[in-house]
Design a binder for this molecule. Structure first.
Ligand SMILES: Nc1ncnc2c1ncn2[C@@H]1O[C@H](COP(=O)(O)OP(=O)(O)OP(=O)(O)O)[C@@H](O)[C@H]1O
Ligand SMILES: [Mg+2]
Length: 377
């Protein structure tokens, strides 16, 4: 297995009109041996370019890639002991599944008998041993995807790279394959870098999530951390569904004040000092839709709004509320037992500990979880 390091990795494309496109902008990151890392980010943020550089299919403009401390930047893809699975499945349609999987060993020096055994072993691992003599067009999308995985895994790669391998599958198959990939990784903990724009995949599959935007790393952390302790507003808004609610706020006499909020949010003195030190005035207060709790007590409520639309998801109901006296819309998750009607009014409160605070100018997090003032002695 291998530890993958990227040092100041950059890829700039020259465009036909003479301009430049910085697809990956000085990425420095280490992916530990055996770690399952997902790379998420909006379309065009540089995910594929990043992965292709690690694979050796794209040459970095500058920077270095190392496997276990050894530079590989100038080594060909075949020389890197890695396997890659792409978004479009790319099996040979006229060859049998067996022959397609065998192809994974094309550049390896493996005796014929062993090839046969390994193909059968891989096929049974991904559950397609009955399909070895069929051709890809006779297989379902999920079965084809499994064959592609088997072809990639049969090389016994040091590093396993996957670029949106499930994006062509329907929702149910996607979820099934997700679980299978996770099991596969538990069984064979290869260093894996998995690109997706699906944050649910990122959250459920990985040991570590890299959030990419505009060719730069916004945060690398375990899934629960990118959700509960986002380092900036980009990560806070990209991770979590429905999207976090953001309120423009300022610090005024020991409390956070926001137009959207019905009352001020008192905070601890230490935090006030930190805010004054880090931000010169403008703040953003973030509260996730499922951290808002319904209240009937008007004195306790921070927010009041009327239902514009609601979505019943089965396990939760998402309300889109227009805040009292404004045209601001917020999202709130309520239990499915709440049966709303358009125009219904609801009041909500939240715990200090669940709120996030950012510098409005830089977007940097000041704190995840507000500290409350100490009660008077
Ligand atoms: N060969 C190329 N020539 C010029 N520009 C390119 C080339 N390949 C990628 N780009 C540009 O680099 C940026 C990053 O592209 P990339 O394919 O890495 O994004 P991505 O995050 O994988 O997007 P998606 O989620 O849509 O697959 C984009 O703006 C893209 O247009
Ligand atoms: Mg891509």
């Amino acid at each position: 297995m291998a530890r993958v390091e990227c040092v100041d990795l950059q890829r700039v494309f020259s465009l036909r009109d003479g301009g430049e496109e910085v697809a990956v902008d000085s990425i420095s990151v280490t992916i530990e041996e055996g770690e399952f890392t997902t790379v998420v980010g909006p379309s065009g943020c540089g995910k594929t370019t990043f992965l292709r550089m690690i694979a050796g299919l794209e040459t970095p403009t500058s920077g270095e890639i190392r496997f276990d401390g050894e530079p590989v930047t100038d080594i060909s893809p075949q020389g890197r002991e890695l396997s890659m699975v792409f978004q479009s499945i790319a099996l040979f349609p006229f060859r049998t599944v067996r022959s397609n999987i065998e192809y994974g060993l094309k550049y390896a020096d493996v005796p014929t008998q062993e090839v046969r055994e390994r193909v059968e072993e891989m096929a049974s691992m991904v559950g397609i041993e009955e399909l070895l003599d069929k051709k890809p067009p006779q297989l379902s999308g999920g079965q084809q995807q499994r064959a592609a995985l088997a072809r990639a895994l049969i090389r016994d790669p040091e590093v396993f790279l996957l670029d949106e391998p499930l994006s062509d599958l329907d929702a149910k198959l996607k979820t099934e394959m997700r679980t299978e990939l996770k099991e596969l990784h538990q069984q064979f903990p290869k260093t894996t870098i998995y690109v997706t724009h699906d944050q649910q995949e990122a959250m459920t599959l990985s040991d570590s999530v890299i959030v990419l935007n505009d060719g730069r790393i916004m945060q690398k952390a375990p899934p629960e951390k990118v959700y509960s302790a986002p380092e900036n507003t980009f990560v806070a808004q990209f991770i979590g569904s429905p999207t976090i609610n953001m309120f423009e706020a300022t610090l005024e006499s020991g409390a956070l004040v926001a137009d959207a909020l019905q009352r001020a949010v008192p905070i601890a003195e230490e935090l006030q000092a930190r805010i004054r030190e880090k931000a010169d005035g403008g703040l953003q207060l973030g509260v996730r839709p499922n951290d808002l709790t319904r209240t009937e007590d008007g004195a306790e409520a921070f927010l009041e709004g009327s239902v514009k639309v609601f979505e019943q998801m089965g396990d939760e109901t998402i309300l889109h509320l227009i805040l009292e006296g404004t045209d601001r819309e917020i999202r709130v998750s309520v239990p499915p037992s709440v049966i709303p009607e358009q125009g219904d009014r609801f009041q909500f409160t939240f715990d200090h500990g669940d709120a996030h605070l950012f510098d409005r100018e830089t977007g940097e997090a000041i704190t995840n979880g507000l500290d409350t003032p100490k009660p008077p002695a």
